[in-house]
Structures are given as C-alpha cells and as structure tokens.
Design a protein around this ligand. Structure first.
Ligand SMILES: [Zn+2]
Ligand SMILES: [Zn+2]
Length: 364
C-alpha cells in the first residue's frame, strides 16, 4: 500500500506516508476515490508502524497481541489474568525429556495497566493496588497441614511413572508424569485448612512503578518474583508482567516519538497564513504558524515537542497536516463575496493548471 519494503526503516515509512498523503489528500487529489485511498494510506501507515513496535514481542517467545489468549480485556483501569503467560509449551521445551520433574517455578502473572500520552511524556509514577497470590503463611506454601509433605508412594518421589501399554502385538513403554502428585514427587497427607491445600492466599498488594519515558503501547515491565508462588512452596515464584496500554489521544496519532495531527483550516487561513494555539501535553501551548499560501495536505513540523525518544535523548516532533475545512453551511453574503473573488483566486489558465498539477503529482 505504501510502496515500501517490509524491512523499511521508520524514516522510510514516514517519508512514504508523507509522499502519498500529499498525493492522495482528498482536498488536493483529482482522483475520484482519493478520500478512500487517503484513508487506506493512513490505515496502512498505522498498521506498519504498529508492526514495527510489536516486533519486540518476539523476545517473549509467545504470540503477539492478535494471537494471545488475553486479548479482549480492555475497559478502564487494569485487568489481571492469573494464567501463566508463557504457557506450558515454553517449559516443556526448556526442560524437555531431560528433566525428571516438572518445573518448580511459579506461574507468571500478566497485569494490564492503562496510561495516557502525558504519562509517556513525563514518565509518571504509578500505583496499583490489587490482590496477588502469596504463599499461605499457615502451611508455608506447601498446601499440607502443618507444612509436612511426604514422598509420593506411587512414584517414590520421582514425579514420573513408567506406563506399559499393549499396542497391537507390541508392548509400548512410556514415561508419564505421576498423577498422584502432579509430577511433584511429594504429597500432603492432610490439606491445610487455611488455603484448602492450594498453598497460596490472595493478599492485597500495592505495586509502585514508573512509566519509562517514551513507552510504546503494549510494552511490558517485569517485576521479578511477584508472580505466583511455586507449587508446594518449593522453588522460585513466577514474575509479574505489567503490560502498559497507551490510551488513544483525542487528536494525536503516534509514530514512535513523533505526534501527528490534522488541522482543518478555512481557505482564507491557508491563503493568508495564520497562527493557531492549541493546548499541549507538556503543559505549554503549542503554536502552529501557518505560512501564507499554504496548501491543504502540506505538513508543518514543530521540532522537539513530540514524545521522548526511547533510545538517546531529546524529544520527537509534532507533525501538523494542514487540511482544508469545508463549512457545511455558508451564509449568502459570504457566498456573494466569494463569487466576486472567483476569477482572482482560480487558476489563470485552466488547461495549463491541469497539466502543471499532474506534473507535480507524478514527480512528488
Ligand atoms: Zn495453607
Ligand atoms: Zn507421585
């Protein structure tokens, strides 16, 4: 759609977007479907720049947001899902057949937390209070009454058993996790009354963390050992991941550290030039100086008023896309005035202007 390689850099992508935005901007383009195409270009750009920032998900060794089982939460505040975000496959491939017992590590916990662009700009401190699983104090996390675990008799503490199976004329022998002790090698004779043998209790916990400057939507913070306690209290607790969801801003779109916005202006403002002041995320007014003879579809860059760069220092830019505003209703008097200006503001030579515009479009 944007005519760029899959591996295109951020800069290439932005350039391609600008070039096409100019070409197909509905106010400028002579093509019938310019408006649809312009929308498509915007969507393609949003998707591609999204795909780039999502590449970092691969490091976690699980599916991206589309494929992950925790999709569809959303809503205000945060949500918690107690399932292991790394999934069973991760551990079975790590410990494979060489391990005699299942992992003793507790599950990881994924917490979703909403922030806005002001948090991304300033790196604000966050505080979240929620119930998290802690080892049961009464049984030391073992789940056994009095904390006493005994060796599993079925597997003699091995955590796995050999199973012989008749398959046709053959006898097949395989090793399977012991179901009496869930592969742990030890069992409790009597369950702890406090936690009903689960070995953990929910406890209200306050987490404090700061949003890293320039955080991308979907990035994760890791809090080591704040996940679920290990089974039977024997082993490391899992980790807690906080996934930061950046809320959409009413008018800014984000492209890494740049902020992109569209500014609708009347024809007189584009022709004569103007200065527009808008409230900005950094608390200081954002002044957009529109030069005279500006064209709809042109962009104005306001340097260093974007978001902080993640690598290196400084801030990105604000990119303002100028757009011709067409009023839905125009008073008669204004129409009359415009009629007197028709000849002066239109092209001098209509035929030549069509050729010139085509040339410009093909070269841009
Ligand atoms: Zn207990
Ligand atoms: Zn067993």
């Amino acid at each position: 759609m944007l005519g760029v390689e899959r591996s295109a850099s951020e800069g290439d992508l932005k350039n391609a977007f600008r070039r096409l935005a100019r070409k197909y901007h509905p106010d400028r383009s002579t093509e019938d479907d310019a408006e649809d195409r312009f929308k498509e270009i915007q969507e393609a750009y949003a998707m591609l720049s999204d795909a780039q920032k999502r590449a970092h998900y691969d490091r976690f060794g699980h599916d991206g947001p589309q494929g992950n089982p925790f999709g569809g939460f959303g809503g205000g505040g945060f949500n918690i899902n107690l399932e292991d975000i790394l999934g069973g496959d991760f551990f079975s491939s790590m410990f494979g057949g060489s391990s005699r017992r299942r992992s003793r590590r507790g599950s990881d916990i994924l917490l979703r937390h909403s922030i806005d662009l002001v948090d991304v700009l300033n790196g604000t401190e966050q505080e979240v209070t929620l119930d998290l699983p802690q080892p049961c104090g009464s049984c030391d996390g073992t789940g056994a009454d009095g904390g006493d675990l005994v060796t599993c008799s079925r597997c003699s503490g091995q955590g796995q058993v050999r199973v012989r199976q008749q398959v046709g004329p053959f006898i097949q022998e395989s090793v399977q996790p012991c179901d009496a002790c869930s592969g742990r090698g030890s069992v409790s004779e009597k369950s702890c009354d406090v936690c009903s043998g689960k070995g953990r209790e929910m406890e209200s916990t306050t987490l404090r963390f700061s949003v890293p400057l320039g955080t991308e939507d979907g990035s994760r913070l890791r809090m080591r050992g704040k996940g679920e306690p290990a089974p039977q209290g024997q082993g490391e607790s899992g980790d807690l991941f906080i996934e930061l969801e950046v809320e959409q801003h009413p008018w800014f779109e984000r492209s890494n550290s740049d902020l992109i916005m569209s500014l609708p202006l009347g024809y007189p403002d584009l022709l004569l030039g103007t200065s527009i002041t808008i409230d900005h995320l950094d608390g200081k007014p954002l002044v957009v100086k529109v030069p005279s003879n500006s064209n709809s579809g042109e962009t104005i860059e306001i340097k260093k008023r974007g978001l902080p760069r993640q690598r290196g220092s400084g801030r990105g830019d604000v990119i303002v896309l100028l757009k011709l505003h067409m009023p839905s209703k125009v008073p008669k008097a204004a129409k009359k005035t415009m009629a007197t200006l028709r000849d002066e503001l239109g092209p001098k030579d209509q035929q030549q202007s069509i050729i010139d515009d085509a040339k410009e479009r093909r070269n841009s």
